[in-house]
Ligand binder design. Structure first.
Ligand code: GRF
Length: 222
């Protein structure tokens, strides 16, 4: 089985390791973005955040990026004058990321499905965090789905992104207990703590290159 490639050749970037340049896509609060920023500052994560892009102008995560001195851009998918189709939007995103020589794209609450125009530009190079133990509870409101279903354990999953929603190879997972006293908010907060720990670990693992895919099985440990 050939070793999977992560992204395409990013060329050279003065003063930084091009293989460690990541882009983060957000749509809202940006707490996972913050966890990634904090991990790079603490050097738990050996990566450089080249750019943060939001599809929504009101995303609170934009300020988190700017406060950390990271370039933060808004690309509104609703701008029909610029983007006639999903593919047009994705092609533009790819251009912006490639211009900044991004090697790995991290989705952190980015509320849009990506087309093959995007995914083909970053082979095995797009990763997402989801607030459940996939394949249980894909889609939106995963924390609520788990709580309402009555599971005793849920968790968080970092997975590679494919065209199928929340269904790509699983990079890392961790469990979170559901307590009898939990309401939606307390459960979501506990899951979020796990997300914040898990995502930087998974990005570090992906950037290390010490992993391989066998079918849809991701083999490699932090
Ligand atoms: C997180 O729960 C993440 O798992 C999901 O969207 C949420 C984003 O939260 N994909 P934040 O913007 O990172 O705070």
């Amino acid at each position: 089985m050939p070793k999977p490639t992560l992204g395409s050749d990013p060329g050279t970037v003065r003063g930084s390791d091009p293989k460690r340049r990541i882009g983060v896509l957000i749509s809202g609060r940006g707490s996972n973005l913050q966890a990634i920023i904090d991990a790079t500052v603490d050097r738990r994560l050996d990566a450089e955040i080249a750019v943060v892009i939001s599809n929504r102008p009101d995303a609170a995560g934009l300020k988190r990026a700017r406060d950390a001195g990271i370039e933060a851009l808004v690309l509104e998918h609703t701008d029909k004058a610029k983007f006639a189709s999903r593919e047009d939007y994705d092609a533009h995103l790819v251009r912006v990321l490639k211009e900044r020589q991004v090697h790995l794209v991290c989705l952190a609450g980015f509320m849009r499905l990506l087309t093959t125009v995007f995914l083909d530009a970053f082979p095995n190079g797009v990763v997402n965090i989801h607030p459940s133990l996939l394949p249980a509870f894909p889609g939106t409101n995963a924390q609520y789905q788990a709580w309402a279903h009555g599971v005793k354990w849920t968790g968080a999953t970092v997975h590679l992104v494919t065209t199928e929603l929340d269904a790509g190879p699983i990079v890392l997972q961790d469990t979170v207990p559901v307590k009898d006293s939990d309401d939606m908010e307390t459960l979501a907060a506990r899951i979020l703590e796990t997300e914040h720990r898990l995502y930087p670990l998974a990005i570090q693992l992906l950037l290390s290159g010490r992993w391989r895919l066998e079918g849809r099985r991701f083999l490699g440990h932090p």
